[in-house]
Write a protein that binds this ligand. Structure first.
Ligand SMILES: C[S@@+](CC[C@H](N)C(=O)[O-])C[C@H]1O[C@@H](n2cnc3c(N)ncnc32)[C@H](O)[C@@H]1O
Length: 229
């Protein structure tokens, strides 16, 4: 079972100038450089303490001029157009606030820890094309689920309300399985809250509505998987 960082690395692709914003450990830039996927990698973090970890990991590439460390807020320290920008492991609101200050990067890979819907809405409001939008799972002591959004600044896209909320590829059969497991888990949690917890009538109604929405989605995906055999 792959971990979160391996999933993100697998979503990266060849790009002459790459930037990892909020790089912390620097593993993703190492993946890009080691596999000759980029000519230059910017590693940027708002925290000099975090950046030091990446600088230690990538010291040889920094010495060769192939890796450029920057302490900066978001994209502020990147002094040339990037072909691919990665922002991973941050909340969706933080990702939006970083992207909103500049023209969108030509291509991007985003891995929000929460509020993915806000990221999707922001990207489409800026005319971006979302090329991949799915949930993946990481199994360590417990199973965790993360969203991954890959796209391009140009091309435009139209999403339904459900796609904004849940991610297009989770619903269209491109990548249904981790998402289906997550939905089943959420269904169990809601069902158990409804049986165990005292709550006001409006709260119960809200939860029942949420349960029914998730059940519909689960049914649709299950039917789709059955039809595929
Ligand atoms: C949880 S770590 C994620 C590290 C790595 N990107 C990953 O996915 O494993 C978040 C990193 O983002 C940095 N960070 C948070 N806000 C930032 C911002 N506005 N600009 C640049 N870096 C930021 C933090 O200092 C931290 O090192």
């Amino acid at each position: 079972m792959k971990d979160r960082i391996s999933h993100i690395c697998d979503a990266l692709f060849a790009a002459p100038v790459f930037a990892d914003i909020g790089c912390d450990h620097g593993y993703m830039a190492l993946h890009m450089l080691k596999n000759h996927l980029c000519e230059r990698a910017y590693i940027s973090d708002i925290s000099s303490g975090s950046l030091k970890k990446a600088q230690a990991l990538l010291a040889d590439y920094i010495a060769e001029g192939k890796c450029i460390p920057v302490v900066a807020n978001g994209l502020e320290g990147i002094k040339e157009p990037c072909d691919l920008v990665l922002i991973a492991g941050m909340g969706g609101e933080e990702i939006v606030s970083i992207l909103a200050k500049f023209p969108l990067p030509r291509r991007f890979v985003l891995q929000p820890m929460k509020s993915s819907e806000k990221v999707r809405r922001f990207l489409l409001s800026r005319g971006a094309k979302i090329e991949r939008d799915c949930t993946f799972s990481e199994e360590k002591r417990t199973v965790k689920y993360y969203d991954l959004i890959v796209g391009a600044a140009e091309g435009g896209d139209v999403y339904s309300e459900r796609e904004f909320r849940y991610g297009r590829d989770n619903l269209n059969g491109v990548s249904p399985c981790p998402f289906l497991d997550m939905m089943r888990g959420e269904r169990e949690k809601i069902a158990s809250r409804l049986t165990r917890q005292e709550m006001s009538a409006p709260n119960r109604e809200k939860l029942l509505k949420e349960l029914s929405e998730k059940e519909n989605i689960i049914d649709e995906i299950e039917r789709y998987l059955q039809s595929r055999g």
